[in-house]
Design a protein around this ligand. Structure first.
Ligand code: NAD
Length: 320
C-alpha cells in the first residue's frame, strides 16, 4: 500500500464537472489540499466554489508549476457526450491531446499516482459481466478517444519513472449535479418541466448505475489502495431505462412516457465485473440503492428553478 496519497496535494482536472466537483468537495471537507482545474467549457451545474483552490485553465495550458506539490492527480476533464461525438468528432481529439500533455507533465514533475478517467464505453457490446481484460471495441468517437487516452496511459505505465498511472473505467454514475444529457437527470428534468419521461428506443437497454457518493468513496479509496493498471468502477448490477422510469412513476404516477427514436450504435447492456475493484477497495457494495438514489436526484432537481431546467434542457437537447 502506498499510504494515502491524498494526504499530499491533489489535482482534479475537470473538477467543476459532475464527478470531479463531488470528489473535490469531499476531499476539501477532509482538509485535503485540493487544486481544481477546469476551463469551464461546459457550464457547471454546481459552482466550483468550496472545492478547494480553483484554477480556470485548460489541461493543455497546464505547466510544471501548476503541479508543484501535487502527489496525486485525478484526470476527469473530458468531452463526454456520445451522440455529440458523432456530430463533432474533432472536439474529442482534445481528450487524447490533453491526456498526452498531462501524463508527460506528471512524469516530469514526479507525481506519485495518476488516476485517468475512462469509461465502460471502451468495451462496446461486450460479454457480461465485463472484465477488465476484455478486448476494447469502441462504437463512438467518444469511446475511441478514451481508448486512445488509455493507450497513452498504458505507455506511461510502462515508461514513467516513479509515477503510477491507473485507469478507472466508470460505468454510469448518477446523482445531483449531472447535466441533463445523461439518463437519470434527463428523466428528472423532463419530469419536472413537462411531466414527461423520454425513453429512447425500447427502453430495455440496461445500464450499470452507481450513485455519486459511492463513486466518490471509491475514488478516494483508490488513493490509498494497491495499484492496478485498470479497474472497473461499476456496481455490477444493471437496470433498464424502463425500470428507472417505473421508479420515477411511483413518485408521479401521472407522468407520460414519451417514446423517442433509438441512438446510433447504442449498447444494449453495460454491467461491470467487480473483482478487481473488490480486491483494491474491499467491500464495494452500494450504500445508496437505486430507488433512494433516483429519489435523491429528483429531489435535487426539484430545488432548481424551472427557468434553469428549461435552459439546461434546451441547451442539452440542441447538442445531444
Ligand atoms: N458521469 C458518468 O456517468 C461517466 C461515465 C463514464 C465515464 N465518465 C468519465 O468521468 C469523467 C468525469 O465525467 P463527468 O460526468 O464529471 O463529466 P462533466 O462533463 O460533468 O465534467 C467534465 C469537466 O471537464 C471540463 N473539461 C473538459 N475538457 C477540459 C479540458 N481540456 N481542460 C479543462 N477542463 C476541461 C468541463 O468543463 C467539465 O466541467 C470524464 O472523463 C468522463 O468521460 C463519466
Amino acid at each position: 500500500m502506498p499510504g494515502n496519497l491524498a494526504s499530499g496535494g491533489v489535482l482534479i482536472t475537470g473538477g467543476a464537472g459532475f464527478i470531479g466537483g463531488h470528489l473535490a468537495r469531499h476531499l476539501a471537507a477532509k482538509h485535503t489540499k485540493v487544486l481544481v482545474v477546469d476551463d469551464l467549457r461546459v457550464e457547471p451545474m454546481i459552482s466550483p466554489e468550496g472545492t478547494g483552490k480553483f484554477r480556470e485553465k485548460a489541461v493543455l495550458d497546464l505547466t510544471a508549476a501548476d503541479l508543484d506539490g501535487i502527489d496525486l492527480v485525478y484526470h476527469l476533464a473530458s468531452h463526454k457526450n456520445v451522440p455529440r461525438s458523432f456530430r463533432q468528432p474533432l472536439d474529442y481529439l482534445d481528450n487524447v491531446d490533453s491526456g498526452r500533455h498531462l501524463l508527460a507533465l506528471c512524469a516530469i514533475t514526479g507525481v506519485r499516482r495518476v488516476i485517468v478517467g475512462s469509461t465502460c464505453e471502451v468495451y462496446g457490446q461486450a460479454t457480461l459481466p465485463t472484465v477488465e481484460s476484455t478486448p476494447l471495441s469502441p462504437r463512438s468517437p467518444y469511446a475511441a478517444s478514451k481508448v486512445a487516452l488509455e493507450m497513452l496511459a498504458r505507455a506511461h505505465q510502462r515508461s514513467a519513472g516513479g509515477t503510477e498511472v491507473g485507469i478507472v473505467r466508470f460505468f454510469n454514475v448518477y446523482g445531483p449535479g449531472e447535466r441533463p444529457d445523461a439518463l437519470v437527470p434527463r428523466l428528472c428534468a423532463n419530469l419536472l418541466l413537462r411531466n414527461e419521461l423520454p425513453v429512447e428506443g425500447t427502453g430495455e437497454q440496461r445500464r450499470d448505475l452507481t450513485y455519486i457518493t459511492d463513486v466518490v468513496r471509491k475514488l478516494d479509496g483508490l488513493a490509498g489502495s494497491d495499484f492496478a493498471p485498470v479497474v472497473n468502477l461499476g456496481s455490477g448490477r444493471s437496470y433498464s431505462v424502463n425500470e428507472i422510469v417505473e421508479i420515477l412513476r411511483t413518485v408521479t404516477p401521472k407522468a407520460e412516457v414519451a417514446h423517442k427514436s433509438g441512438r446510433t450504435n447504442e449498447i444494449s447492456e453495460f454491467r461491470a465485473a467487480t473483482a478487481v475493484q473488490e480486491r483494491l477497495l474491499g467491500d464495494t457494495a452500494p450504500t445508496v440503492d437505486i430507488t433512494e438514489g433516483v429519489g435523491k436526484t429528483l429531489a435535487w432537481w426539484a430545488t432548481r428553478d424551472l427557468d434553469d431546467i428549461t435552459r439546461r434542457l434546451l441547451t442539452e437537447e440542441e447538442s445531444d
